[in-house]
Each structure stands twice: as C-alpha cells, then as structure tokens.
Design a protein around this ligand. Structure first.
Ligand SMILES: Cc1cc2nc3c(=O)[nH]c(=O)nc-3n(C[C@H](O)[C@H](O)[C@H](O)COP(=O)(O)O)c2cc1C
Length: 163
C-alpha cells in the first residue's frame, strides 16, 4: 500500500475542490491510500509517512496562502534529508495569476529534493472585486478533471513503482 498526501488550504472553496478532485483520482487506483489533510492540521508525521505529495493552495497577495506557508514552516526541517526523491505536484487556485505561489512551493520542494511529476495546475477564478473574491467558488468540471487526472497519475506511478 502506497500513501499519497494531499495538503491544502482554501478560504472560498476553490482549492478544496481541486484537492478533492485529485484525491478522487488517487483513490480510484488500487493499492493507494489518500490522506487529504488541511494545512492547519498537517504535520511532519504526515509528510514522513507519505510516498508522494500534492500541495494545493490559493494564491493570496502574490504568495501561497499563509496557512500553507505555516504548514511548510512547521514541517520543513523535520522532513529535510528524509524525503528526497519522492514525487510531488502543485495545484493553485488564483484570481488571475498564481505563478508566484507556484514558484514559492517549487523552491521549498527543491530544498526537500522532491521530484516534480507534472506541470503545476493553476486554475483562475477571474474574481476581481471584493465581493467576487470572497464569494464561494464553483470550479468548472473540465478544470477539476485535470486535477483528478493528476491525482490518478501520481497514484498510478506510485503503485507501479515508476516514481
Ligand atoms: C487576500 C487575498 C489576496 C489575493 N491575492 C491574489 C493574488 O495575488 N493573485 C491572484 O491571482 N489571486 C489572488 N486572490 C484571489 C484568490 O486566489 C482566489 O479568490 C481563489 O479562488 C482563492 O482560492 P480558494 O477559493 O481556495 O480560497 C486573492 C484573494 C484574497 C482573499
């Protein structure tokens, strides 16, 4: 049995839907346990136990969400030099950009010596006004399918020993 850890934070639901879609894709593979854990509740034990990772965050103020950063701050040194070579992927929900959140997570993953197994997925909600920014998000099924496929690909690679 291989374990896939999905750590996520979400304020208005977009990233949560992306993370849940990836979890569905992963769970559809035999021999995979999916741990879908909110960033505020995830710790170093979750990271060390897993064989592969998906990190999912909103982009807030041109950065990963603070709760996601807090997760990395709490776990980085406990996991350093203990998870090198494991596969990972990134999901970002953004209003219009998302690139900087990706860059920040990539730098941390480089420090951990993780291996990216796919291009990051960024889904933009195009929310611009304060009302739209704080409104609950409902992401299009075709975008969520991409997240589901990513979860499925990571899980398949883990069970087949490709990663
Ligand atoms: C405080 C705040 C700052 C934001 N800053 C950015 C930003 O810098 N770039 C961007 O593309 N979207 C930005 N957004 C939009 C969010 O990324 C977008 O609403 C996304 O859906 C949030 O994901 P969630 O639904 O999982 O909370 C910001 C939203 C908030 C609340």
């Amino acid at each position: 049995m291989k374990t896939m850890l999905i750590v996520f934070h979400s304020l208005t639901g977009g990233t949560r839907q992306m993370a849940e879609a990836a979890a569905r894709g992963g769970a559809a593979q035999a021999g995979i346990q999916v741990d879908l854990v909110e960033a505020s509740k995830a710790g170093a034990a979750d990271v060390l136990r897993a064989d592969g990772y998906i990190f999912a965050t909103p982009e807030n103020l041109a950065a990963m969400a603070g709760m996601m950063k807090d997760f990395f701050d709490r776990t980085y040194y406990d996991a350093l030099d203990r998870i090198g070579g494991r596969p990972y992927a990134i999901l970002v929900c953004a209003g219009s950009d998302g690139q900087n959140a990706v860059r920040q997570i990539e730098r941390i993953a480089t420090g951990w010596r993780l291996r990216a197994i796919a291009d990051p997925i960024i889904i933009c909600t195009h929310a611009q006004t304060p009302e739209a920014i704080f409104a609950p998000k409902l992401l299009p099924p075709q975008d969520l399918s991409r997240c589901e496929e990513l979860g499925s690909a990571l899980a398949a690679g883990l069970t087949m020993g490709i990663f």
